[in-house]
Design a protein around this ligand. Structure first.
Ligand SMILES: [Zn+2]
Length: 266
């Protein structure tokens, strides 16, 4: 039992060999893959992939780097109807990204405001649909937490590809949110993240690939794929002094509780 909680299976990089990638994931012991969308176009594609493979489920949402693809709140109605699909188990990835330059036609200030608007509209939809959210942060941690934490209790967020400290993660977990670690935790220069992964409560974190990006050691620099979450799991199990089986089962259970439709669980 092992779960990849963040895979961009709709990426162009997987277009030619997705069946083989799913087969390798099964061989590596994966029982669940969360396929994450980044645009409205992507949303249709991730749902299609989830319909094709029984172990794949989808999250849909507009990524902050693609926030310029929506102009006003009308995309929310479209997102709402797509989210009715039974294999949609979350809204994401959504968030804030201050690392990449604003697209043409936006000042930095206007771009940040537009990202905040797109994020907030999607947080509102997630709360309405009782779905949890997958959060992207890049050089925007303070603004992101300021925007997300007021929703605590109404929804839960996973701060995906977490690269912060335990001191930053623990207050989020105390409010019901999660962090998730990619292959970065296995890198030689990953000391801060390793310390953080060691300090997390058993049910406070999940594991992911963020494939096709961020392959763990010994695949660093290559195209990443869901099967490699096993490498990250083995590394984190060793860090925490637990068996791979125990860690895989616990993080999969955490993912199972997080990625689901709360209204059908009542
Ligand atoms: Zn991602």
């Amino acid at each position: 039992m092992l779960t990849d909680t963040h895979a961009h299976l709709a990426s162009k990089q997987f277009i030619n060999d997705l069946p083989a990638i799913i087969a390798r994931a099964r061989e590596a012991g994966l029982t669940r893959i969360i396929c994450v969308g980044t645009t409205m176009e992507d949303a249709r594609r991730v749902i299609e992939i989830a319909e094709t493979y029984p172990e794949v489920e989808a999250t849909i949402g507009v990524h902050p780097c693609d926030a310029d693809s929506v102009k006003d709140e009308s995309f929310i109605d479209e997102l709402r109807s797509l989210a009715e699909h039974p294999k949609v188990v979350g809204i994401g990835e959504i968030g804030l990204d201050y690392y990449h330059q604003p697209p043409e036609g936006f000042t930095l200030e206007a771009w940040k405001a537009h990202q905040a608007f797109v994020l907030n509209a999607q947080l509102g939809l997630a709360a309405e649909l009782k779905l949890n959210v997958v959060l992207h942060n890049r050089e925007s941690f303070d603004d992101l937490t300021a925007q997300v934490l007021p929703w605590s209790g109404k929804l839960r967020g996973v701060f995906h590809c977490f690269t912060g400290t335990a001191e930053q993660a623990l207050p989020l977990i105390q409010q019901g949110h999660l962090v998730s670690f990619t292959g970065i935790v296995t890198f030689k220069n990953g000391q801060i993240i390793q310390d953080c992964a060691k300090a997390m409560p058993d049910d406070g974190f999940m594991l992911e690939t963020d494939c096709p990006y961020l392959a763990p050691m010994p695949h660093r620099g290559q195209r990443n794929e869901p099967a490699y979450v096993a490498k990250t799991a083995a590394f984190v199990a060793n860090l925490r002094g637990v068996s791979l089986e125990a860690l895989a089962a616990r993080t999969s259970e955490t993912a199972h509780m997080f990625f689901r439709r709360l209204k059908t669980q009542d």
